[in-house]
Design a protein around this ligand. Structure first.
Ligand code: NAG
Ligand code: NAG
Length: 719
């Protein structure tokens, strides 16, 4: 009979989990319903292009892929500078579907990959949370994870990015790790290493695991909880995981050279020592052992520290990467690396963002952590360390909300279960009570907090009320998530949707219009210059050669583009010719009020190029004497003469006449005609969001267009 009920419950749980998974997928399909299956954003276009290359050419060609259609004229060693996990996953799925004779288009696999994996993430979260408390908590956690906006933001259909599969891998690796700590088996340690390898292949954020697991072990050691289980789990994970991760070309020898991996190595050493110490203790007397301990620890600390310092100075260990510094010193990037700081998602998180992305989990999770703390098994330490670290990182960089969300879901689920369970269980008879504890404040206080204690939970009314309140809260969470997903995270950003006054949606499809124009009307080998944000889209949608893109591997090259954009035509023209630029693409939001346009990004171009040519480009020249960033009649001469300004506002005043107001910046554009000598407007999209200019080539005598014009007018005058 017992067994029977258990089986019923198992089936029940499986069904719920299935529903949760389906919901997670469904929640991510808004954009497909509203638009069509389309790849979103910027980076996914590159991943999509790489996947197509993989499917067309096979794995080995893909690994050796040298792409001469980006970073013109340098090219990019693409195969060796990407994390292949994502592309290989879709390629594999594609092959499997083919093999099962479902002829699925690779694009549809790419679009649907993230929602599909989000269902798996929910299951992994279920497993992890079940290890923390029980399977009820697991189900709550899975449900939270399925719909939490913080994760949906990176996994809607079409956001074909590394994070799409990485969060699943993160959760599953952590689950396996917890399992191996609990069981102390080489099998689970090896499985952890295996999924760690997959994670390394898929996402640069693997460093989070690389540091999280050692930190967990380190904290456990400090708490005096070192055991053989931990020794086995850690040693097998570290040894196998590190070896495996070195097989990824892009990672290579980093695990033994870069500082981000040193913590893992250090803890590995520590674990060996502790194990040795445990062995020694069983062999020699305790006083001798103590001397031995102090002596060894002292020597090792000194030698180890000196060694790391020496190796870092001599350059064997790479110094910490710039992105890493910006974690500790939030101003570091602003001052030293404009290229990192210029990306919106590397900015610190604003407080409302936490609520927006995780809603009630913001305050449920601390409660859950409290409950975990009062029990504090080895795996609970993990959640607490993770949550503390994750909150800090999420505060530093917006994009790291993504790594924080899963653990908030787990901790929140623990809180809900712990609070709700005593109210929902079927047992209505009150057990005999222990006498009211007297004595210290702390004792009485913890008595109040002990949720299973109060007598009133055996009253029906109270039970009903509490369950309803919590139920309402959960329901509200669902509404919030739906609303946020629908309104904030489901727009593909290649197609912008805005509402007309009468409520109907109005699609702004300028990007696709422009890329389609490029594809149809330009030569296959034409070189298109644009700011790096659009590089991947031009490569993916228009299939034309670009100069720079999001893979910001060569700062000088980006600065060159920045220089061309921010200097006058005379200075820019030689640069354009030198790089064989045929077309220049700018994004202009002044007509419809689009904030992500190039004039708003312009200062970053100036900053990045002035980092390389401090004498020629100076940021202050682009401000008015009063220090304002203006584009109207008061704009500074450097601003007004810059190629970017001219290309953005060319013919703008003609179009709108006297009140040519830039709707993004709310400034009046003077109607002095803008003259372009070396460029010719060839395309402007419907809402003027994308403008494409063709670069005029020197004439047969090698004269620039301007010289030719002066020469012609000279002839007219003498005639
Ligand atoms: C980076 O770009 C600059 C300018 O285009 C070029 O001179 C330099 O060789 C490039 N660096 C590398 C490592 O290719
Ligand atoms: C690429 O550029 C876009 C637009 O600025 C940005 O949202 C995205 O995060 C960038 N990707 C990387 C890897 O920097």
């Amino acid at each position: 009979m017992e067994k029977e009920t258990k089986r019923v419950f198992d089936v029940f749980r499986a069904v719920i989990l299935l529903v949760v998974g389906m919901t997670a997928i469904a929640a991510r399909l808004f954009s497909v319903v509203r638009f069509e299956s389309i790849i979103h954003e910027f980076d996914p276009w590159f991943n999509f292009r790489a996947t197509k290359y993989l499917v067309a050419n096979g794995y080995y060609k893909f690994l050796n892929w040298f792409d001469d259609r980006t970073w013109y004229p340098l090219g990019r060693v693409t195969g060796g500078t990407l994390y292949p996990g994502l592309m290989v996953t879709s390629g594999l799925l594609h092959t499997i579907f083919r093999w099962l004779s479902f002829p699925v288009d690779i694009r549809n696999i790419c679009v649907m990959l993230a929602p599909g994996f989000s269902a798996l993430t929910a299951i992994a979260t279920y497993l992890l949370a079940s290890e923390m408390k029980n399977s009820t908590a697991g189900l709550y956690a899975a449900a939270f994870m399925g719909i939490a906006p913080g994760y949906i933001s990176r996994s809607v259909a079409g956001s074909y990015d590394n994070e799409a599969i990485a969060i699943f891998l993160l959760m599953f690796t952590f689950y396996l790790w917890i399992k191996s700590v609990k069981v102390g088996s080489v099998f689970y340690g090896t499985m952890t290493a295996l999924f760690y390898f997959y994670m390394v292949a898929a996402w640069g954020g693997y460093a989070f695991i690389t540091n999280m697991i050692p930190l967990h072990v380190f904290v456990l050691c400090l708490m005096g909880r070192f055991s053989h289980r931990i020794y086995i789990a850690y040693s097998s994970w570290y040894a196998l995981g590190t070896l495996a991760s070195m097989q990824i070309p892009f990672v290579g020898f980093l695990p033994i050279r870069s500082s981000e991996h040193m913590a893992a190595l250090g803890v590995f050493g520590l674990v060996q020592l502790l194990a040795f110490g445990m062995y020694m203790r069983s062999m020699i007397s305790s006083t001798n052992f103590r001397y031995l301990l102090f002596a060894t620890v002292g020597v090792i600390l000194i030698v180890g520290f000196a060694g790391i310092v020496l190796l870092t100075i001599s350059g064997v260990i790479a110094p910490w990467g710039g992105r890493f510094y910006s974690f500790w010193d939030t101003n570091y990037a602003r001052i030293h690396i404009p290229i990192i700081a210029s990306v919106a998602e590397h900015q610190p998180t604003a407080w409302p963002m936490f609520f927006f992305d995780t809603h009630m989990l913001v305050w449920l999770a601390p409660a859950g952590m409290f409950f975990l703390f009062s029990e504090l098994r080895d795996e609970h330490v993990f959640v607490i360390v993770y949550a503390v670290l994750g909150s800090y990182f999420a505060g530093v960089m917006v994009r790291l909300m993504l790594t924080l969300t899963p653990i908030l879901c787990v901790a929140g689920a623990v809180a809900v279960t712990t609070v709700l369970e005593p109210y929902l269980n079927g047992d209505m008879t009150e057990p005999a009570r222990a006498p009211e504890p007297k004595g210290s404040f702390y004792k009485r206080f913890s008595r109040i907090l002990d949720l299973s204690a109060p007598r009133y939970i055996y009253q029906k009314g109270i039970r009903l009320l509490t369950s309803m309140v919590i139920g309402y809260m959960l329901l509200h969470f669902v509404f919030h998530c739906t609303w946020v997903t629908q309104n904030a995270y489901s727009s593909p950003s290649v197609v912008l949707a805005s509402a007309r006054p009468d409520g109907s949606t109005f699609l702004i499809d300028d990007y696709r219009e422009a890329y389609y124009w490029l594809r149809q009307n330009t030569d296959y080998n034409a070189k298109v210059m644009s700011w790096w944000d659009y590089g991947y889209q031009i490569g993916g949608m228009a299939d034309r050669t670009t100069l720079v893109d999001n893979n910001t591997w060569n700062n000088t090259h980006i600065a060159t583009v920045g220089k061309a954009m921010s200097s006058s035509e005379e200075v820019a023209y030689p640069i354009l010719l030198q790089h064989d630029v045929d077309y220049i693409l700018v994004v202009f939001g002044g007509l419809i009020g689009y904030s992500g346009d190039d004039i708003n990004k312009f200062l970053w171009m100036v900053r990045i190029s002035s980092g390389i040519w401090p004498d020629e480009i100076q940021e202050k020249n682009y401000f008015t004497p009063r220090g304002e960033y203006k584009v109207d009649a008061e704009a500074s001469p450097a601003m007004r003469n810059s190629l970017m300004y001219k290309m953005s506002y060319y013919r703008f005043a003609d179009l709108l006449g006297r009140n040519a107001i830039d709707r993004q910046r709310q400034q009046l554009i003077p109607n002095t005609p803008i003259v372009l000598d070396t460029l010719e407007e060839v395309f402007t999209s419907e809402n003027w969001m994308i403008r494409i200019y063709q670069v005029k080539k020197p004439d047969v005598f090698g004269r620039t267009p301007k010289e030719a014009r002066q020469w012609k007018s000279g002839i007219k005058r003498t005639a």
